[in-house]
Ligand binder design. Structure first.
Ligand code: PGA
Length: 244
């Protein structure tokens, strides 16, 4: 699975024009490789982006409210996302953790609501450069995931994906070594199992994935990739799809 996190890169008209221009070609590439792509535009584009959904392209959101309805100015309800056909929603992206003070508890609350409404949360986790240098990557990820693990163990029918995105690799030029990612994923799988999570969660990698770095990473390293910059550039995106 590939996930396109468009962030706030394309304003409404540009996002719709991107979809009008490229969604057919992208779908063909996806068909060639038997792959699926979740496109996560801004909230304002979600309703109109539905026209471009097919059996290869799905729709996701970049965030959601931690409440279902009520006096939460500026928030978007998980109910609205479900009604608009969002199948996935990113939560806990490091940009939201750092810039909007999103805590692990808020992320878990969002995951809970999404699961209730049949939307699969893609929970983003990742360590800073300093945490990595201190050797605390796995401890940081486990802390970010403990409430999620509890939630998943209580709701064995719910599905969730986890996106490992080292903060230092996002919007950068650097990626971790493939075997470091494999070690981290091994540690995460055993952590989830120890905490009673029975369902198998897809483990995605994100952070500076492009048509070159994906070759260094190797496809077997993850169940999928979360793409930022590379997902907005249609040529790069097609190259990535065709190399998967
Ligand atoms: P990047 O962003 O691919 O531009 O590094 C990834 C992300 O933030 O999800």
């Amino acid at each position: 699975m590939l996930v396109a996190n468009w962030k706030m890169q394309l304003p409404y008209e540009e996002a719709l024009s991107w979809l009008r221009t490229y969604s057919k070609e992208v779908t063909k590439s996806l068909e060639t490789r038997n792959n699926k792509l979740v496109i996560c535009p801004s909230f304002t584009e979600i309703a109109d982006a539905r026209r471009f959904i097919n059996n290869r392209i799905m729709l996701g959101a970049q965030d959601v409210s931690s409440h279902e309805r009520g006096p939460y100015t500026g928030d978007v309800s998980p109910l609205s996302l479900a009604q608009l056909g969002c199948k996935y929603t990113l939560i806990g992206h490091s940009e939201r953790r750092q810039q909007y003070g999103e805590t692990d508890a808020i992320v878990a609350q969002k995951a809970h609501l999404l699961m209730q409404h049949g939307i699969e949360p893609i929970i983003c986790v990742g360590e800073t450069r300093q945490e990595r240098d201190e050797g605390s990557t796995v401890a940081v990820l486990e802390k970010q995931l403990i409430l999620i693990a509890q939630l998943l163990s209580e709701q064995p029918e719910a599905t969730a994906s986890i996106a490992y995105e080292p903060v230092w690799a996002i919007g950068a030029q650097q990626i971790p070594r493939a075997h470091d990612i494999s070690d981290i994923f091994r540690a995460l799988r055993s952590f989830l199992e120890k905490n009673g999570v029975k369902q198998s969660c897809a483990l995605l990698y994100g952070g500076s994935v492009n048509e070159r770095t994906i070759k260094d990473l190797g496809l077997s390293v993850a169940d999928g990739f979360l793409l930022g910059r590379a997902s907005v550039d249609s040529e790069t995106l097609k190259k990535i799809i065709l190399s998967c």
